[in-house]
Design a protein around this ligand. Sequence first.
Ligand SMILES: [Zn+2]
Length: 393
Amino acid sequence: MQKRGKQLFPSKKIDSFENMLMLNSPIKFKPTVQVFYQPNKIFIRSNGYFITIPDDNGVFKATFELLDGQHTVKAISEKLITQFPEASEENLTDVICDLDEQYLLEKSDTAPSKILTDYDLERWHRNLDFFNSYCRLSDNKYGAQAKIKQARILLLGLGGLGSHILYDLVALGATDIRAVDFDKIDLTNLNRQILYGEDNIGQLKTEAAEQRIKQFCSQLDVDFINHRISGAADIERLLEGREIVICVADKPKEHILNWLNEACTKQGIPFINGGLDTQRAVYCSVIPGQSGCIHCWKTCVEAKSGDSANLLQAESAADAAESQPAPAIVPLVSAITSFVVAEFVRIVTNIAKPVATNKLLSVDFDTMQVKPAEVWQRQIDCDYCGKGTHDAY
Ligand SMILES: [Zn+2]
């Protein structure tokens, strides 16, 4: 997909005149596009912005009225030529190209992906409209939802963040999830872990999560594993058959990120990591072969500041004791899980580029604004992800 244009009628056309004329499908405005006709001008509202189009001779109005899902580009062009003989076929087709560059049009005969069932098309109807807003005429509007349905996900942690993320992933339409946790539910979890209830106190999180999520969606292929992660080799075993990881496990916090990085860079599997840090929440993503990894981050920190490096070492030692208090409040949990799941959507569907590679993004409670707390670069000689020569993201 192309980057969204800023002007309605930029001089450089992305799709050629010839390609447009060869498009055999009838086309129309997307259902989310609103068109308002005024004397000598037209307003179009879509994706939160307005476009005003001067239309003194009525050629745009005549064109737009033919975008009814019944006409191909060629048929529209032929009809308009008879009505506006002074216009060339190329001029008229350019109007269609411009509308397509603004993501305003869709084909009216696109067959749904065979991956999506009638149930999927109904349950994720609003997702489909959302993903369609990213589509040009050359894209399949069902493609992104199909990718989410088929994504083979490993979710590490079903606590504060993980229980929210599981809900969000299934609400998105993900069906193939392996989720791992070793903990039991206690009353202190219920200030933020809304997947669970008072009846679940004392139960394993994996058991309660499976029970609850299958009530929310019956069309799942889920695998809940009660297991305490103990090393990179352990994560490698859990990665079998997986293609993306979301890690929000916090025990042991510093070690688990290193283990995750080692396992995922070795197998070339992207991961997103998120967590809470008292008054802020943080997340980052790593795409092996394209972005820097956690080891690259630490190398950059060591190069910049001895104090930061010492702090990382001290945190690592403290994690071993697992005795730190873990403040947590639900607005920060909800915020950071939304950012993590949005990053998941960007990576899996490719509708937009991931935003958290090569950086640790932080949202603080006082402002709820997102800022980079740490920034690093991919290290070409990195022991884990090395030999890259540039950052793709
Ligand atoms: Zn690296």
